[in-house]
Design a protein around this ligand. Structure first.
Ligand SMILES: Cc1cc2nc3c(=O)[nH]c(=O)nc-3n(C[C@H](O)[C@H](O)[C@H](O)COP(=O)(O)O)c2cc1C
Length: 332
């Protein structure tokens, strides 16, 4: 089974479901990933037949869980989860009815940030105050505010600190996307945030990001392992990205495999991000560009060595309007 078949949805798209997000203090300190794998096994056994999909995050001593499915089934599962000794102080920070946003039964994420347990607590309490004051957020916006808020000082000078441009970078082969985020972090003297994502059966994949100011605007550049593109959690956030940068390989088959994943991930989106592809040789663009255009996607082509982050970044600047696209306003 490949990653496309593994992440099938527990229910059908288009139906209205109950959606909740809660945050809780983890009581487990060690072997967190192994414990999350055990929870995954339970969840797949109980949630899937009930049509409930879920995403579970562990970060700085906290769990955040997003669940969606038939109301009664979500309630029944939560009755069990609430009394689990592996967490405490559970706070419901979101409850709504709406379309399914998770395309598969299970996702999990671990963020290895510098945050202290109290930083997360401050975020949970601040969010709860906003929610209590009547501000409405979607489940992905809640997740982002808790897990990956924009903490760059430049964000506070923006009218909406959540509306910043997000650029997703994926390599057809090798680790050029991660070398790019590392290089950007060194260039701007800031930290890379490291995360691991996993789906229902797949092993975990890396996804890192870096925030910095570019041309007076805060930009987030996110490196995603190609096997992570079809994970439900990645797909739930794809509408927020204004650009998807593809670092093509010399191997045409690797490029074709990447394009299949990209096209499948973008297919359901009414407003897909623009594609910007970089390759060492311009002829590497011929087939990917034809495929993208056949699917109605914008495809910008640049020439740079994917193993050379400085050259890739320079090439991206030269593509018309590449990094100056409007940010997606996705905070609510
Ligand atoms: C943070 C957290 C999230 C969990 N999420 C789920 C879940 O979505 N579905 C589920 O069945 N169990 C979940 N569990 C595990 C349940 O609390 C419980 O241990 C499990 O459902 C018991 O399954 P069993 O009766 O088959 O042994 C979660 C546990 C924790 C600590």
């Amino acid at each position: 089974m490949d990653d496309r078949q593994q992440e099938q949805c527990a229910g059908s798209a288009g139906e209205t479901v109950a959606r909740i997000v809660y945050a809780s203090r983890a009581t487990i300190r060690e072997s967190v990933y192994a414990e999350m794998e055990k929870i995954r096994a339970n969840a797949l056994r109980h949630n899937n037949p009930a049509g409930v999909a879920t995403a579970l995050l562990h970060q700085s001593g906290w769990f955040v869980q997003w669940k969606e499915g038939p109301e009664e089934a979500v309630r029944d599962i939560m009755d069990r989860v609430r009394v689990d000794a592996r967490h405490r102080d559970l706070r419901l920070v979101h409850a709504s009815k709406g379309p399914r946003l998770l395309s598969g039964p299970w996702s999990m994420a671990i963020v290895q940030g510098q945050d202290h347990v109290m930083d997360m607590e401050r975020r949970v309490l601040a969010l709860q105050r906003e929610v209590d004051a009547g501000v409405e957020f979607s489940p992905p916006a809640i997740w982002r505010r808790l897990s990956t808020p924009l903490q760059h000082p430049g964000a506070m000078q923006q009218q909406d600190p959540d509306a910043f441009q997000r650029v997703l970078v994926c390599s057809a082969a090798g680790t050029g996307s991660f070398e790019l985020t590392d290089w950007l972090a060194r260039l701007h003297g800031c930290d890379v945030v490291h995360r691991r994502f996993a789906g229902a059966q797949s092993t975990d994949v890396a996804t890192d990001y870096v925030d910095f100011v570019h041309d007076g605007r805060v930009l987030r550049v996110i490196a995603m392992a190609r096997h992570g593109l079809l994970l439900p959690l990645t797909r739930a956030f794809l509408p927020d990205y204004s650009l998807l940068v593809l670092l093509l390989a010399a191997d045409a088959d690797a490029n074709a495999r990447l394009m299949v994943r990209v096209l499948e991930a973008l297919r359901p989106l009414p407003q897909p991000p623009a594609l910007l592809a970089l390759a060492r040789h311009s002829q590497s663009h011929t087939e990917p560009a034809a495929l993208a255009r056949r699917c109605g996607l914008d495809y910008g082509a640049g020439v740079a060595d994917p193993a050379d982050p400085a050259g890739c970044w320079e090439a991206l600047q030269t593509l018309p309007t590449a990094l100056a696209r409007p940010a997606r306003a996705c905070s609510q």
